[in-house]
Every structure is written in structure tokens, then in C-alpha cells.
Design a protein around this ligand. Structure first.
Ligand code: 13P
Length: 284
């Protein structure tokens, strides 16, 4: 199967109250682990690729790996630019074969965010590519983007509804209290904001910063109207911790497969557990 736009599965997610996972791809092992987990559970999913990951892997390798995963698994998989910062990077990804892009204009003024997101939507939709927009500022650290708690600001429901109406995005990330990276305590998710916006627009809400959010809060977010959940850090932690354990246990290891095979397995378990919580099992 070729890579698909998120519209291949997000409308069902919204109608049947489940969420599709965006699992960030940082290298080949991530791609293999995510695909294996999804295949076992027959779930659609989204490969999220940040600009930093794109720089690390190279755009040709990124697209080739995602296309191989879609072909080999037969699953509906979207290859999605995560937090695209400019119109140009979004177009570059689409030209290279991405089936979906996020334009994150949340650091611009509200009116500029609408104007810039509209431009991306117009071009992307003409090519059958789905678009995610962002409103409000999500805290935490991702790649080179760092937002401290003080500058993270929640989305205003009336603005989010207007943002959707004017831009026509296919899903909308709104800041509701989650953050990128792991949490010191528990996140304070504003379910009322999710509910207000989700009940007024026909597309799903996206929850960023899915790592470390307690299972029950994830379920409640989905019940409130979240249809896409992003997870990256938990896979990074599982991979790195496993590699650290293997190397600490045996200083003579030099073959990368000796630690990458168990590290990949650890990520398979993380992704499987998320897919079960998200309710996207057997929705492929
Ligand atoms: P985490 O790294 O906290 O899971 O967040 C991922 C994310 O939201 C990517 O956009």
C-alpha cells in the first residue's frame, strides 16, 4: 500500500471515538518497531518526522523507509512532517513524498498563524496531502524547540473554532496542558477545552506530548474529542535504557545488533501498549 493522507483514517477516528498514534521516527529501528507493533494489532498509524529528525536521517532515506514500511505491512500509514516551521519546508516534504504535514504557526500572532496555515492548506490539499495546524503554545522540549512552562499558553476555544473555520485544517493541535518530554508530576489536562472545541468542529483534536500521560487521562482525552496522539519520548527512553543496560552488563559488546535488537523490541512494547489505549487496534 502507498503512504496515505491522514484523511484515510481520521474521520473514522472522530466518528468512532478512537485515536490514531503519531509515533515519531528517528531512525530505521524506530520505523521497524512502530510498524511491527501496528501490524501485530492491525492499526493505522502516523510516522511523525520533526525537522531535526529530517536533518539527521536525510529526506530521501526518511521517505524510502516510510514507503518500505507501508509496502511491507499493507497498513494505512501517513508520513507526516511534525512541527513544520515554514511554508518552504512543508512543500519540500510534499515534493519528496510526504503524505501529510503539520504547519506550526503557533509562535506567530493569531492572525498571521491563520494566514500562513491557509497557504499551506491550499497547496497541500491540491496535492491530496493532509494538514495539521497548531494553536496555543505547547510546553517542553522537542528538538531545537524549547518552551518553558511560563510561556506555554492554553488555546482559547473560540479562537480554535475560528482557526479551524478559516484554515480548513484536517486536524488541530491545541495546547491543553500537555508538554513535550517526560513530566515531573502529572500533566493538568484541560478536558473542557478539548470538549468545547471538538464538539464545534468536524475534525479531531491532536494531543501533543503523549509520553508519560497516565493511561486514564489519555482515554478521557479521546472521549472528549482527541483523535490523534503524538508519542516520541517514551520510545526514545525505551531504546536508550535498553542499550545502556546491555552495554553495562557486558563491556565486550561491539556488534550494534546485540543492543539494537532488544532496544527495538522495547519500542515494540511501548507502541503496542499505546495502540491498545488509543483504541485503534483492528481499525486498519
Ligand atoms: P512526547 O515526546 O512528549 O511524546 O511528544 C511527542 C510530540 O508531541 C511530537 O510532536
Amino acid at each position: 500500500m502507498p503512504l496515505v493522507s491522514m484523511n484515510e483514517f481520521l474521520p473514522q477516528a472522530k466518528a468512532n471515538k478512537f485515536a490514531v498514534g503519531q509515533f515519531n521516527m528517528n531512525n530505521l529501528e524506530f520505523a521497524q518497531a512502530i510498524t511491527e507493533a501496528a501490524k501485530e494489532l492491525n492499526s493505522p498509524f502516523i510516522f511523525g518526522v520533526s525537522e531535526g529528525a529530517l536533518k539527521y536521517m536525510g529526506i530521501e532515506y526518511t521517505v524510502a523507509i516510510a514507503e518500505a514500511a507501508a509496502k511491507q505491512s499493507g497498513l494505512p500509514i501517513a508520513l507526516h512532517l511534525d512541527h513544520g516551521s515554514t511554508f518552504e519546508v512543508a512543500m519540500k516534504c510534499i515534493r519528496a513524498g510526504f503524505s501529510s504535514v503539520m504547519f506550526d504557526g503557533s509562535h506567530h500572532s493569531f492572525e498571521d498563524n491563520i494566514r500562513l496555515t491557509k497557504e499551506v492548506v491550499k497547496a497541500a490539499h491540491a496535492m491530496g496531502v493532509s494538514v495539521e495546524g497548531e494553536l496555543g503554545t505547547i510546553g517542553g522540549v522537542e528538538d531545537d524547540i524549547s518552551v518553558d512552562a511560563e510561556h506555554a499558553s492554553l488555546a482559547k476555544p473560540e479562537e480554535a473554532i475560528r482557526f479551524y473555520e478559516e484554515t480548513g485544517v484536517d486536524c488541530l493541535a491545541i495546547a491543553v496542558g500537555t508538554a513535550h518530554g517526560m513530566y515531573a508530576g502529572e500533566p493538568n489536562i484541560h478536558f473542557d477545552i478539548i470538549e468545547k472545541v471538538a464538539s464545534a468542529i468536524p475534525v479531531p483534536i491532536v494531543l501533543h506530548g503523549g509520553s508519560g500521560v497516565p493511561d486514564e487521562m489519555l482515554r478521557n482525552s479521546i472521549a472528549a474529542g482527541v483523535g490523534k496522539i503524538n508519542v516520541n519520548t517514551e520510545n526514545q527512553v525505551a531504546l536508550t535504557q535498553t542499550i545502556r543496560d546491555v552495554l553495562n552488563a557486558d563491556a565486550k559488546v561491539y556488534d550494534p545488533r546485540k543492543y539494537l535488537v532488544p532496544a527495538r523490541k522495547a519500542m515494540v512494547e511501548v507502541v503496542k501498549s499505546k495502540i491498545k489505549i488509543f483504541g485503534s487496534e483492528n481499525q486498519a
